[in-house]
Design a protein around this ligand. Sequence first.
Ligand code: IDP
Ligand code: MG
Length: 139
Amino acid sequence: MERTLAIIKPDAVQRGLVGKILARLEAAGFVILAMKMVYLSKEDAQRFYHVHRERPFFDSLTSYMASGPAVALLLQREGAIASLRELMGATNPAQAAAGTLRHEFGLDVEKNAIHGSDSPETAAWEIPFFFSGLEFRER
Ligand code: IDP
Ligand code: MG
């Protein structure tokens, strides 16, 4: 079993899509080990996305991630990291395959509804960014 970190991003929370996205994740076999609504500050968002600090979209991305509440999820499944990336679809919803979460729920390349860790190393850093060991147990 593998674990990954997902975030239902502020655009999706704001449009009332939390329940629909959770239903899609559960239907795809992900077990929710931990979940909470978070209000990232701009500084929190800058820390979370530090790998993108040189990108032209960094300032806009981090302002957007701090623009309203998001839902952080610790998900478990066999092959969770790759499976979630596949279910999410391409970064740009306009290029995401039909049936993917970003195709269905994303607005544009920035406001694309959901985040998912992109590798085991990233997941190992992103999971404790949001969740302490007191907040989940192996299942
Ligand atoms: P990913 O979320 O599919 O892994 P990354 O390239 O890691 O995509 O980018 C992180 C986030 O930054 C994206 O999910 C999206 O919200 C935002 N982003 C990526 N590329 C662009 C862009 O070209 N313009 C604006 N925002 C972008
Ligand atoms: Mg990424």
